[in-house]
Design a protein around this ligand. Structure first.
Ligand code: KIV
Ligand code: ZN
Length: 515
């Protein structure tokens, strides 16, 4: 079986999804989970784009040892230097350089001739290769490039020291037949092609990113670039879980294998969905809530007689648990610790104590604590590291179908003072948000509000996601609580606190470079 390397770009291309802004702790948590999932390479960010990206790429490179860590750089010295500073402590420093090669990008975006593009690509690869052991070079918009020109520039960058060549379908334009042909063409027409690995990177604008990735593998790609849940720029990237499971279930056809631990897929998907606020549709292949639900009577009958009649993937294979009760009110500390460690918890004793306390509080209100509940409590602790400038102390809501709804809130302000306010609204959530706004120093425009239950059952935990414009910054926030109104208030304040924290890096964010 041919081994296919999995290059995950959730933290770089995935983070370019509209409305997604992960903080340092969230990126670290996702990187650790990607390592558990067994991805070969983690693209942790774009170090030259902002101080925040630089710090998180550096910390991930220093922490993650089971996967190779890389960072993106344009073909300029300053980006390569920033990437080196961020990645030099990684076990095998790896850089991802790119420059556009399609006529439309060269003429209108770069305003460079093809010869100038070759010169710049060669110069930057040489400079990068003088530092990095692994230099991945990407021909942005490769699928719309002229193939003979592409072959020429690829040969030149291999001679300059590139070790991996990536041929992206940047705008999601190509088809499976065309991309397979592109890889075959390069294999036949680039003299030094056997000295490097070939990589594929596909966007989903026409809904073909996964199909194109699989076709590229058939055409000779040794590495596949993807994101968890397929998040990413515009319609997103090829989704890792779909490629991983397709290659596994259809090994007879593709004759390849990956080093992924498939049973970590569901947890990775849930973590990324929760931290990015990008909800996974119910009908999404592999990780959607209905991916293993059989609704028609004929299907149910078939599955009861023999699962394989309608089930080609087992839920267990990708780590979808039956989600039955795992712990209850009487569970002791030892059982609790064993369970959270099984779920991948590697935090500090203080965090463990806090999760245990939150678990006990929840167990008083909810009869059965499931793996999903525990995972939610764990995530709250491990990524809840935002400095809380505003802190909710007490919330009371007076609701009636024929009443004016009123919320009264006590909150700790950034000055340390404790203030109390009340306001009305046409519903409970509006009353809470109107009250919170009165306690803040600037108006808030709520752009999105979404609520989900973590498990089934009327006593389920609620997970609220909000996106807002506060102090001229668009930020998102999350809140988990047993009560939907408390979760709503927490999500709102989380977004406010995140904005204030981000503002501290204002000058850096303003200079953020877009890819
Ligand atoms: O889609 C793309 O072309 C990219 C490159 C930066 C590799 O993301
Ligand atoms: Zn991309």
């Amino acid at each position: 079986m041919r081994k296919i390397s999995v290059f995950d770009t959730t933290l770089r291309d995935g983070e370019q999804s509209a409305g997604v802004n992960l903080n340092f702790e969230e990126k670290m948590e996702i990187a650790k989970q990607l390592e558990r999932l067994g991805v070969d390479i983690i693209e942790a960010g774009f170090p030259a784009s902002s101080q925040g990206d630089f710090q998180s790429v550096k910390a991930i490179a220093e922490t993650v040892k089971g996967s190779s860590v890389t960072g993106l750089a344009r073909s300029v010295q300053k980006d390569i230097d920033a990437a080196w500073e961020a990645l030099k402590s990684a076990e095998e420093p790896r850089i991802h350089l790119f420059i556009a090669t399609s006529p439309i990008h060269m003429e209108h975006k770069l305003r460079m001739t093809p010869e100038q593009v070759i010169e710049k690509a060669v110069e930057s690869v040489k400079y990068a290769a003088s530092r990095f052991k692994h230099v991945q070079w990407s021909a942005e918009d490769a699928s719309r490039s002229d193939f003979p020109f592409l072959a020429q520039i690829i040969e030149a960058v291999i001679q300059a020291g590139a070790t991996v060549i990536n041929l992206p379908d940047t705008v999601g334009y190509t088809t499976p037949q065309e991309i397979k042909r592109m890889f075959q063409y390069m294999k036949q027409n680039v003299p030094s092609i056997d000295k490097v690995s070939l990589s594929t990177h596909n966007h989903d604008d026409l809904g073909m990113a996964v199909a194109n990735s699989l076709a590229a593998i058939q055409g000779g790609a040794d590495q596949v670039e993807c994101t968890i849940n397929g998040i990413g720029e515009r319609a997103g990237n090829a989704s890792l879980e779909e490629i991983a499971v397709a290659l596994n279930i259809r090994k007879d056809h593709y004759e390849t294998e990956t080093g992924l631990i498939l049973k970590e897929i569901k947890r990775t998907s849930s973590l990324v969905s929760k931290l990015t606020g990008m909800v996974v549709p119910n009908n999404k292949a592999v990780v959607g809530a209905n991916a293993f639900a059989h609704e028609s009577g004929i299907h149910q009958d078939g599955v009861l007689k023999n699962k394989q009649t309608y089930e080609i993937i087992t839920p267990e294979m990708v780590g979808v648990s039956s989600n039955s009760m795992v712990l209850g009110k009487h569970s002791g500390r030892h059982a609790f610790k064993t369970k959270v460690q099984e779920l991948g918890f590697t935090g500090t004793d203080e965090q463990l104590n806090n999760i245990f306390k939150a678990f006990k509080d929840l167990a008083d209100k909810k009869k059965e604590i499931t793996e999903d509940d525990l995972f939610a409590l764990m995530t709250e602790q491990t990524v809840g590291g935002e400095t809380n400038h505003y802190e909710l102390q007490a919330l009371q809501v007076n609701y009636g179908s024929n009443l004016t709804n009123t919320a009264t809130i006590t909150m700790k302000l950034p000055s340390g003072e404790v203030a109390e306010e009340a306001a009305t609204g046409s519903g409970s959530v509006e009353a809470i948000y109107n009250t919170l706004e009165r306690l803040l120093d600037a108006p808030v425009k709520l752009l999105d509000y979404r609520i989900q239950s973590i498990t089934g059952g009327r006593d389920a935990l609620a997970d609220v996601y909000v996106q807002m414009d506060y102090q001229g910054v668009v930020s998102s926030g999350r809140g988990t609580a047993h009560d939907v109104l408390e979760a709503s208030a927490k999500a709102y304040l989380n977004a406010v606190n995140r904005t204030i924290n981000r503002k501290k890096y204002a000058e850096v964010y303003e200079s953020k470079v877009e890819v």
